[in-house]
Design a binder for this molecule. Structure first.
Ligand SMILES: [Zn+2]
Length: 187
C-alpha cells in the first residue's frame, strides 16, 4: 500500500466513523454514489406529498411575500438574512425524508444528503439536481457563493469548499428557509 493510499484510507475511515457515530447511513464514497442519491431522491418523499416542479416559477411581490412569511422568514428568504447558529431544530433532524423550500415547497435536499458540520446550521454535501441558482456575494470581506431556490428566488444560504469527500462541498442552509417532510408523512 502506498503512503498516499494509506492516507486516503485513513481519511475515509475517519469520515465513515463520523457518520456512523451520528447515526447516519454510510456516506457516499464516490461521485457515482452522489449521482445515485440525486437520481433516487424521490424514494425519500412522503407518498402523499405533491412536489412542484422547478420549472414552474412562483413569482410574488414583496408585499405578497410579507403576508405569507413571518418577519424572520421574510428577512432570511427575501432579504438574504442569516439565522443565529444553533437556533434551528432542523440541526437535529435525522429522520428519513426531504427538505423543501419554505417559500414554495420545492424539494431541495434529502436526509441522505445531510451531515453534521458542527457549524450550527443544517449542512448538506450535495443537493437535489437543478434546484438552486448561485451568485457571488461580497457582503463579507471575502467573496462567497450565495444560493437561492430556482423556483421562488428565496435565499437559502452559502456553499463552501470545506465539506466531506467526495463532493468537498458544504451547503450551509438557514433552517428557517426549510421545511422537513418526513418520509412517513407524519409531520
Ligand atoms: Zn422556493
Amino acid at each position: 500500500m502506498t503512503r498516499r493510499k494509506l492516507l486516503q484510507g485513513l481519511l475515509l475511515a475517519s469520515v465513515g466513523g463520523f457518520f456512523a457515530r451520528n447515526g447516519i447511513a454510510a456516506p457516499p464514497a464516490s461521485m457515482k454514489d452522489i449521482e445515485n442519491l440525486q437520481k433516487n431522491w424521490r424514494a425519500l418523499l412522503a407518498k402523499d406529498f405533491k412536489a412542484p416542479p422547478p420549472s414552474e416559477p412562483l413569482k410574488l411581490s414583496k408585499e405578497e411575500w410579507r403576508k405569507r412569511l413571518d418577519a424572520e422568514q421574510f428577512q432570511i428568504l427575501r432579504e438574504e438574512g442569516t439565522e443565529r447558529p444553533g437556533s434551528s431544530p432542523l440541526n437535529d433532524e435525522k429522520r428519513p425524508g426531504v427538505f423543501i423550500c419554505l417559500g414554495c415547497n420545492l424539494p431541495l435536499f434529502t436526509s441522505e444528503m445531510k451531515y453534521e458540520s458542527g457549524t450550527g446550521w443544517p449542512s448538506f454535501f450535495t443537493t437535489i439536481s437543478g434546484v438552486f441558482g448561485t451568485r457571488t456575494d461580497y457582503k463579507l470581506i471575502w467573496p462567497r457563493t450565495e444560493y437561492h431556490c430556482i423556483r421562488c428566488g428565496g435565499h437559502h444560504g452559502h456553499v463552501f469548499d470545506d465539506g466531506p469527500p467526495p463532493t468537498g462541498k458544504r451547503w450551509c442552509n438557514n433552517g428557517v428557509a426549510l421545511k422537513f417532510v418526513p418520509k412517513s408523512g407524519a409531520v
